[in-house]
Design a protein around this ligand. Sequence first.
Ligand SMILES: Cc1ncc(C[n+]2csc(CCOP(=O)(O)OP(=O)(O)O)c2C)c(N)n1
Ligand SMILES: [Mg+2]
Length: 430
Amino acid sequence: MTGDSRTNLPRLALHVPEPKFRPGDAVDFADVAVPPAGAQPRPDTAAAPDSFHDLSYTLVRVLDEQGQAVGPWNPRLDPDMLRRMLLKMATVRAFDERMFRAQRQGKTSFYMKCTGEEAIAVAGTMALDRDDMTFPSYRQQGILITRDYPLIEMMNQIYSNSGDKLQGKQLPIMYSSKDFGFFSISGNLTTQYPQAVGWAMASASKGDTRIAATWCGEGSTAEGDFHSALTFATVYRAPVIFNVVNNQWAISSFSGFAGAEATTFAARAIGYGIAGLRVDGNDALAVYAATAWAAERARTNQGPTLIEHFTYRAEGHSTSDDPSQYRSAGEPTAWPLGDPIARLKAHLVNIGEWDDERHAAMDREVAEAVRTAQKAAEANGILGHGLHQPLDTLFDGVFEHMPWHLREQQAQMMAEEEASGRPWARKEGH
Ligand SMILES: Cc1ncc(C[n+]2csc(CCOP(=O)(O)OP(=O)(O)O)c2C)c(N)n1
Ligand SMILES: [Mg+2]
């Protein structure tokens, strides 16, 4: 570039973030600060947000390296609840494995796993009330599974088959269930944030007691919606929990492109004057305790909390992704916070409430439950095998009264299908 004659000044330059490790590099996460479990103070739920800024720069941790639950954040859950938490996390993982394979077998066009992040949705949901409203991203299938949503319904949606309650109108995995307090997933990143705040504000303005919780990835915090949501929430002290799932990657962009080199994602809370916590996202008990604390604040009109869950996306972004093209294969195993299922299992073993045989039996049980649901869902159809939603329903459910131009398009589509001689299922046929 020419045009500037002031040669006595330094030339301006941009900083372009670069991830530490690329394919083929040896991985060393020694510079990831992992404070000891139990070392972080737990403020009173009525404490002012500016009295615990340090909690946005550390990691709230409960489970130590020996599998003991330690410190003031220990939620002291009874063993039945811990076993239920483990079962739900194992179910999420088994479901993910099965549906990933189904995509590779051509039974669906798309799937997204949450491997390594199971604790965040499962423990977070267990710390909420059943009638609290959730506004998830696409990686919180653990919410539905924890609330006992039928696996077959999730699979019907993934297969867009004749049993799909969303009539094949959503991308696979973009579930929606009002009855289970699970807001429709949107592919447009972070739209759920202002929607959660709006819902929470409505709940408060009606004098209701239910709160909202929402989740987005660390990459999604770069969206404008994230910031306008936080502004509304702090101004009106909306009863909402903001979860930022920092799994280090946004498809092939590392967290540095969303600002991770400069500060933590939890510290975003400080600028807005809301409560911030940074939590070990692979520690189910820390996730539970942080969510319960934030829920208590919301329920007692102390306002919103932003929780950064520090974790690692152990597998690809989706079935359309190949992480070996942009990151080192050594990262998932070198990640210093371990595997959330293995850590909760070690804790249950440590307190004498679990063992390898029971764990193996549980794995068999969840695999069987997933297999049974899959068989039943596949009887309703898989991709390309005809048992899809009747074609003439394609235009339904958008407007209460279908406008003339859609009626015209629908009629044209049906006429073309009729003329083509292709077999297709009419609405009446079902
Ligand atoms: C508004 C918008 N921009 C871009 C995309 C494409 N996109 C889909 S997922 C994704 C990465 C999001 O990463 P992150 O927020 O970290 O969530 P993660 O996938 O890691 O859970 C991108 C860029 C989109 N869906 N919507
Ligand atoms: Mg991410």
